[in-house]
Unconditional design. Structure first.
Length: 201
């Protein structure tokens, strides 16, 4: 199933056709919130706003990889993987303390998504997935105008985004899909409503 970009006036709630995994959790205890989507799709903006509104920790993969690179290690697949693993460990420690956590990461492949699912199961946390999307032309303009200045990580090009799109696996879990062309405040409100509803299930 391909996920269409939401229109500028709506978000999309997608539910899986079948449940492929099960785990027990403590209702309303902790929540692991995954903010996913292609580079430049508005993940970090949404994640940072949610962290501020909900007053919970946020772990972003790219800044963590930047810290690894500052140690003198050459950038490679291994440093990107290490950033995901560090995020997993730090999130797990917060969940053990009874704190909900936000993860800001593309999470394009099944292995990354399995890691988040397994973490939620291990810590008996509610797993909430929010996917950020954009219409292609709007997305391209954002990428071409964006400058992040992250140490050791080149600026993302539109070609990079298109390559990542080819590798990006469709989520099968229920998730909230947000078109980030919509006003940020509106998306934050929708995301918080979705998180609160998920916690009550």
């Amino acid at each position: 199933m391909r996920v269409p970009a939401a229109s500028n006036k709506e978000s999309i709630l997608l539910k899986p056709k079948e449940v492929k995994w099960k785990c027990t959790r403590d209702m309303n205890k902790t929540t692991l919130i995954i903010i996913s989507g292609l580079p430049g799709s508005g993940k970090s903006t949404l994640a940072e706003s949610l962290a501020e509104k909900l007053a919970i920790p946020l772990f972003s993969v790219d800044p963590i990889e930047t810290a690894i690179l500052k140690s003198g290690i050459k950038r490679s697949f291994a440093t990107g993987l290490a950033a995901y693993l560090v995020s997993e460990i730090l999130a797990g420690e917060q969940l053990k303390c009874g704190l909900s956590v936000i993860i800001d990461a593309v999470s394009p492949v099944q292995e990354a998504r399995d890691m988040w699912r397994n973490l939620a199961c291990k810590q008996k946390a509610t797993l909430v997935i929010i996917e950020c999307v954009l219409e292609r032309e709007v997305h391209r303009k954002r990428i071409e105008a964006r400058t992040r200045n992250m140490y050791g990580i080149p600026e993302v090009t539109w070609e990079d985004v298109e390559t990542r799109r080819e590798q990006y696996v469709t989520w099968w879990e229920e998730r909230l899909v947000l078109d980030t062309a919509v006003a940020p405040g509106e998306n934050v409100k929708k995301a918080i409503e979705y998180i609160n509803t998920s916690r009550k299930r």
